[in-house]
Ligand binder design. Structure first.
Ligand SMILES: [Zn+2]
Length: 261
């Protein structure tokens, strides 16, 4: 996919990353992901009142709702076009990030001259940084692998790297559509909005956690850990007090390489 072209990964061991980039491309192109991106790129926002009991009932926020019908071939084509627009304005950079942070999307950090911006640009370009530590571990494991088959630990690294790319790309897409306001638009009726988690939930049914666990989203545990780190989350109501987690067998992770989803 155009977004993951070698020129967009400066100073990276591209061969080592390639399986993760292929998996990320496959994930981005699955039907659920296409519905997500069609909604982000092209569906109009709907004004909603904050819920009763929020003390701001008379204020409004904006949300986007996916269409209640299958996505059309033409819509898929338009989504792919938007992806390639984004690809022309953003790169993925290695960076020392706080421990536990896999990636980060900086809006308006891309080195693009907006005065000569390309047709169709509406919001802000982004740059995505990925954690040097996670990258170094992956590359080391790749070069240690002599088998023809990818080992399970390396496959897990690839899944996590692909997940990080897709997660951060959904932030970039929201900034691309709405500029700085991209972090404010709520996804459907979710009380908490975080574009990356919204995308993961659309594709996997929850957040793919590090320990091969799928976490419910919107969920209070993830919300609290984000808020402790000082991250911003858009909240339009009260999330459920308890979370659900599902253990994922290793086979679930590995089958991403084999079956369609
Ligand atoms: Zn995120």
């Amino acid at each position: 996919m155009h977004n993951f072209h070698p020129a967009n990964f400066p100073n990276a061991d591209y061969d080592a990353l390639l399986p993760a980039l292929r998996l990320a491309t496959r994930l981005l192109n699955c039907e659920a992901s296409m519905i997500y991106y069609h909604t982000i790129f092209h569906v109009k926002t709907t004004k909603q009142h904050y819920p009763a009991g929020s003390n701001v009932e008379y204020d409004e926020y904006e949300a986007v709702y996916p269409p209640k019908r299958p996505i059309t071939v033409k819509e898929v084509r338009r989504v792919r076009k938007e992806f390639s627009n984004i690809a022309d304005t953003m790169q993925f950079h290695r960076k020392e990030l706080k421990s536990g942070t896999k990636g980060q999307c900086d809006e308006s950090q891309a080195e693009v001259d907006l005065s000569v911006s390309w047709q169709g640009f509406r919001g802000w370009p982004s740059a995505i940084n990925y954690n040097e530590k996670g990258y170094a571990d992956l590359v080391e494991l790749y070069h240690q692998t002599t088998d023809k088959d990818v080992s399970a630990p390396l496959a897990i690294h690839y899944v996590q790297f692909a997940r990080m790319l897709c997660h951060e790309l959904s932030h970039a897409a929201a900034f691309y559509r709405w500029g700085d306001y991209g972090g404010e638009v709520a996804w459907a009726d979710n009380v908490l909005t975080e574009s990356g988690f919204d995308w993961e939930t659309i594709v996997w049914g929850g957040i793919l956690d590090d320990e091969h666990t799928l976490l419910q989203w919107p969920g209070i545990t993830t919300a609290n850990s984000y808020l402790r780190k000082g991250s911003t989350l858009k909240c339009v109501g009260q999330p459920a007090a308890a979370d659900i987690e599902w253990d994922l067998p290793l086979g679930w992770v590995l089958q991403m390489w084999r079956t369609s989803f």
